[in-house]
Design a protein around this ligand. Structure first.
Ligand SMILES: CC(C)(COP(=O)(O)OP(=O)(O)OC[C@H]1O[C@@H](n2cnc3c(N)ncnc32)[C@H](O)[C@@H]1OP(=O)(O)O)[C@@H](O)C(=O)NCCC(=O)NCCS
Length: 190
């Protein structure tokens, strides 16, 4: 398995994976194992790759089997949910610090093709992304929909993210979670 940053040529493969597991297009029987809610347009993928270098992928040969996003809050401010989270940063403390757009970034969504779940792809892709973002930010912040228990278990029990608070947005219930980016990811082998 190869872990690397995506380039513009990878966008079609990432779009295919996004379609397969996005809440609006996922097969009903796949929903139980999680879904992604942030939908990216081609331009948003381009900006993420070119301006943020924030699109990590796992490749099995030529096939893109997983992706994980990570970017500054400035990038995410295009989506209403993130505007809500950004406004709340000054009210949130984690690792002894008050969160800000300077000391934290937003990780996620992450999406792994179902044939590659329950494997090293989860910790290794997370680790690949964490190592790069650690050079810029001490704190990782993310959110998980409370009706996505697989993602919750994967992030809290396997990767060691900590729940900071619960919040509601647009009638959905979410957890906000954090991670100290100086810590190596449990279970990672890269
Ligand atoms: C969420 C995701 C990245 C986690 O990666 P993963 O490789 O599946 O994670 P793992 O299987 O290592 O860990 C999840 C654990 O949750 C538990 N689990 C499995 N299915 C579950 C379910 N339906 N409900 C609750 N817990 C579940 C298991 O303990 C599992 O570990 P195990 O299979 O080794 O026992 C992946 O499932 C995925 O891409 N899902 C679709 C998109 C998504 O939900 N992205 C996250 C958005 S926040």
């Amino acid at each position: 398995m190869e872990y690397r940053n995506a380039t513009l040529k990878d966008i079609p493969g990432i779009t295919e994976l996004q379609l397969k597991y996005h809440v609006s297009t996922i097969k009903e029987e796949d929903k139980i194992d999680g879904f992604v809610t942030t939908l990216f347009t081609e331009d948003q993928f381009k900006e993420l790759i070119q301006k943020e270098n924030g699109l990590a992928i796992a490749c099995d040969g030529n096939k893109i089997v997983a992706y994980a996003m990570a970017a500054s809050w400035k990038y995410w401010s295009a989506w209403p949910l993130f505007q809500h989270m950004i406004k709340d940063l000054p009210n949130t403390n984690y690792l002894g610090q008050t969160l800000s757009m300077e000391n934290s970034y937003q990780y996620g969504p992450i999406c792994i093709h179902k044939d590659y779940r329950s494997s090293k792809v989860l910790p290794n892709l997370f680790e690949f992304s964490r190592k790069q973002m650690n050079k810029r930010y001490p704190i990782l912040i993310t959110f998980i929909n409370q009706i996505n228990p697989r993602s919750y278990t994967a992030h809290t029990k396997k990767l060691g993210l900590e729940v900071i608070k619960a919040f509601e947005f647009n009638n959905n219930q979410y957890y906000e979670l954090g991670y100290d980016t100086s810590k190596k990811t449990p279970g990672a082998t890269i």
